[in-house]
Write a protein that binds this ligand. Structure first.
Ligand code: UDX
Length: 459
């Protein structure tokens, strides 16, 4: 079978895998290949046990793998054959040198750019898919054109807006697809080729084009705004707990203002995930680089309040349980950074676990999808930690439960049964406000929601 186009994606992670699966699924006329330097990962993509959990992904991959979706570790061959190359390698925050803890670490990205340059012998369109700092496309162009051959490259920016846990839905029905290009003749032609791919399933009015720098910046700004909304609502939780107001009622009233809207106003222990903190700190770093100190401070405070919110959660537990947690057994309900994913990157659970272990808690962790990652994240911590998938078994003989991830299954548990097997007085700290607090209180629990006064059986 001959395909109309050869599309390649370098990087088989949370973004590259699902995105390419969707393109291949919607466009049987294209051949889509996904490569990665991690051969083990590719093996997993070719197996029945995919390396990431994402609702709906399994079904799609199984349907089209081997038809027009291929996973391979032969990167050079795949580059040579491709006409369009998506670059979706990871860009973690630097953990060394200048920009430590803030700037994006571009080493994987740069290696990829050099590899594309060195093996290409025909024109290619390169699509930036991972979130990069603004002006990365320009650096990419410089590397690609710094060779002696006369192969021509066009760089596009096509940031990913999918959220984990809903990636397949986000890809199938995106709010918008953003494509940034050079405004030159070949840049516009490349842009149109990418538009043509998305037009196979996305309505034209949702495909937005812009210049390349606007596209790169829009991604960072979108994430900064989203994170700021969570921080804004979270910033009122401590106030509500003290004043008797209820954050859920407040958020409802605020969200009904159509200028604000109801989404992303759920108070929590703080946001996690691979994007928000990293992207904001990237923005902060760029602002500082341009000497915009006040603007950098403004956005940095979004991250600072988020850290405060996690700290506060642990302090609430400590205060509620008579100012000592040493030797008490505490069960974390959930470890993933949010529901419907096994991803634990930047999960508040990591910080909370570390702090609890410092307080000499015996920690029990339960999560339907994230236990393997949790074990990895907490490796080397000196303390008692056990990992138990069944929440009934996990909470037995515990003094307290802390809900960290909003998995739906936790709202449907039999809490009478759980209460019976716990040490008394029994505590629940609902970091996500997903449980029925009144009912838990009636069962006998001392209940500490986020942003609402506590319900306790003590004076
Ligand atoms: C985010 C963006 O949504 C996505 O567009 C971007 O491309 C990548 O970053 P993701 O990190 O997968 O996606 O998760 P998201 O659903 O945005 O949640 C981020 C964090 O905020 C989670 O820890 C979540 O639990 C928390 N959150 C979200 C809240 O605490 N309250 C809310 O109301 C919403």
């Amino acid at each position: 079978m001959t395909f109309r186009k050869n599309i390649l994606c370098i990087g088989a992670g949370y973004v590259g895998g699902p995105t390419m699966a969707m393109i291949a699924y919607k466009c049987p006329q294209y051949k889509v290949t996904v490569v990665d330097i991690d051969a083990e990962r590719i093996k997993q993509w070719n197996s029945d046990d995919l390396p990431i959990y994402e609702p709906g992904l399994d079904e799609i991959v199984k349907k089209i793998r081997g038809r027009n979706l291929f996973f391979s570790d032969d990167i050079e061959k795949a580059i040579r054959e491709a006409e369009i190359i998506f670059v979706s390698v990871n860009t973690p925050v630097k953990n060394y040198g200048v920009g430590l803890g803030m700037a994006a670490d571009l080493q994987y990205w740069e290696k990829t750019a050099r590899q594309i340059r060195d093996v290409s012998d025909s024109h290619k369109i390169i699509v930036e898919k991972s979130t990069f700092p603004v002006k990365t496309a320009q650096a990419m162009e410089r590397i690609l054109t710094s060779n002696s051959s006369h192969v021509q490259f066009d760089i596009l920016s096509n940031p990913e807006f999918l959220a984990e846990g809903t990636a397949i839905k986000d890809l199938e029905y995106p709010d918008r697809v953003l494509i940034g290009s050079r405004m030159t003749e070949s840049g516009l032609k490349a842009r149109d080729e990418l538009v043509e791919i998305y037009a196979n399933w996305v309505p034209m009015e949702r495909i937005v084009t812009s210049n390349i720098w606007s596209s790169e910046l829009s991604k960072l700004v979108s994430n900064a705004f989203l994170a700021q909304r969570i921080t804004s609502i979270n910033s009122f939780t401590a106030f509500c707990e003290k004043s008797g107001a209820d954050i859920t009622e407040v958020a409802r009233a605020v969200g009904m203002d159509s200028r604000l809207g109801p989404k992303f106003l759920n108070a929590s222990i703080g946001f996690g995930g691979s994007c928000f903190k990293k992207d904001i700190l990237n923005l902060v770093y760029l602002c500082r680089y341009y000497g915009l100190v006040e603007i950098a401070d403004y956005w940095e405070s979004v991250v600072r309040i988020n850290d405060y919110q996690m700290r506060r959660f642990v302090l609430t537990m400590l205060g509620a349980m008579f100012n000592t947690l040493a030797g008490k057994r505490l069960c974390l309900f959930g470890f993933a950074f949010k529901a419907n994913t096994g991803d634990t990157r930047e999960s508040p659970a990591i910080y909370i676990s570390r702090r609890l272990i410092e307080e000499k808690v015996e920690l029990v962790i339960t999560d339907p999808k994230a236990l393997a990652n949790a074990m990895n994240d907490l490796k080397g911590l000196e303390g008692k930690i056990s990992y138990i998938e069944d929440p009934y078994e996990a909470s037995a003989n515990c003094d307290a439960i802390a809900v960290v991830t909003e998995w739906e299954l936790y709202s449907n548990l039999d809490f009478k049964k759980i209460y019976k097997n716990m040490v008394k007085p029994a505590f629940i700290f609902d970091g996500r406000n997903i449980l029925d607090h009144e009912k838990l209180f009636e069962i006998g629990f001392n209940v500490f929601p986020i942003g609402k006064p506590a319900l306790t059986h003590f004076e």
